[in-house]
Design a protein around this ligand. Structure first.
Ligand SMILES: *Cc1c(COP(=O)(O)O)cnc(C)c1O
Length: 379
């Protein structure tokens, strides 16, 4: 997690500038919840849900305990379980696939598109069987998956689409907001996401009253009324403290995302200027998409050596993600061999996330790119 910047070192993520600019309001929000003595659900959560739904462009938002639980509760709401299959990309954060196994269903993995790192849509459609109940496209790093052909294929077959929009709050696909396109949209407020809480939190979007009510019930063990259960849910509640923190931060999200987008544009110029644009591959933003750059991920030859070089120069980086799902030990029983998804396996060997947070200065961005140039050009 975030390292405080020291001297010339540039951490992968530094949340302190954002925190300090809002410190008084954040502390006031924490005290307000403490004084209210309302520690479970209630008005802070209601107010947060209404505001964030409007901001995201969804009809309803149901706050939950994490992005992981957002995915889990969506699968539960669809009644997905034993004997069912759910199609997911093999290249994502673990939760995308873990939640499928947790409800007793079988994850069916597919490869990614090499340019966007998102689900290979023709492969996903080809992976549909009579047991497929849902597809979980991931809007990886903050760029939407190609949703229209996926939604179209899913609707024609009566299959649900659950968007893993954990990294994509505010991203757009053909002028439609991420997380409002499928049956459910799942968001995370893990501190390193563009909108981060003071701990774990998440939410699920819903477009109908029925789905919203079902999510609300499932997040309190499925009870309605209290202590009467027709359904089995779980404790998936968002804390009022996190809701209060997020209410303070949410109005600044658009500005922070614009700063990330500006940094990405600035990086592009610097990579060109330093003669690196034919060596490393920069993130793409296809026409009609708006990337929110939760991560700025390059593809780099000799990635591990480059990473060690950057570490020695005080530049923080990370590998998202080093092992695709089909090669994870816990999924060995699914029987996917090495080589099954070559695009994802190549990405796992080549990707490197660079610092992109809004408070980075042009001089810091230049230091990062110059350190990369020094590695490849031997200067
Ligand atoms: C962060 C993340 C999640 C899980 O969110 P948590 O809030 O950490 O549980 C799920 N999917 C993706 C793609 C993520 O990046």
């Amino acid at each position: 997690m975030p390292v405080v910047s020291e001297g010339k070192s540039i951490p992968l993520l530094d949340l302190r500038p954002e925190y300090e600019s809002l410190r008084d309001d954040l502390v006031a929000a924490l005290v307000r919840v403490a004084d209210s003595q309302q520690y479970i659900l209630g008005p802070e959560v209601d107010a947060f849900e209404q505001a964030i739904a409007a901001q995201i462009g969804a009809r309803y938002a149901v706050g939950v305990s994490s992005g992981t639980d957002a995915l889990l509760i969506s699968l539960m709401a669809l009644g997905i379980g034993r004997g069912d299959e759910v199609v997911t990309p093999t290249f994502s954060f673990f939760a995308t696939a873990g939640c499928v196994t947790r409800v007793g269903a079988r994850p069916v993995f597919v490869d990614i598109d090499p340019a966007t790192y998102n689900i290979d849509v023709p492969q996903a459609i080809a992976a549909i069987t009579s047991r497929t109940r849902a597809i979980i496209p991931v809007h990886l790093f903050g760029l939407c998956a190609d949703m229209d052909p996926l939604l179209d294929a899913a609707r024609r077959r009566g299959i649900a689409v659950i968007e893993d929009a954990a990294q994509a709050i505010g991203a757009r696909y053909k002028d439609r907001p991420a997380g409002t396109l499928g049956e459910f949209g799942c968001f995370s407020f893990f501190p390193s996401k563009n909108l981060g809480a003071f701990g774990d939190a998440g939410l699920v979007t819903a477009e109908t009253d029925e789905r919203r009510d079902l999510l609300r019930r499932l997040r309190v063990h499925g009870s309605s009324p209290k202590y009467y259960h027709r359904l089995i849910g779980g404790n998936f509640r968002i804390d009022p403290i996190q809701a209060a923190v997020l209410r303070v931060k949410a109005p600044h999200l658009e500005r922070w995302t614009e700063a990330r987008r500006a940094n990405a544009a600035h990086y592009r110029g610097l990579f060109r200027e330093c003669g690196l644009d034919s060596i490393v591959t920069l993130p793409q933003e296809p026409d009609g998409y708006s990337h929110i750059f939760n991560q700025f991920v390059i593809r780099a030859p000799r990635r591990d050596e480059l990473r060690a070089h950057l570490t020695s120069r005080g530049v923080g980086t990370e590998i998202y993600y080093p092992v695709p799902f089909h090669l994870q030990e816990c999924f060995a029983d699914l029987g996917y061999p090495s080589g099954a998804f070559p695009i994802s396996e190549a990405a796992a060997r080549e990707v490197l996330a660079l610092p992109i947070y809004g408070a980075l200065t042009p001089a810091q961005l230049r230091l990062v790119v110059e350190a990369i140039a020094a590695f490849y050009h031997g200067r």
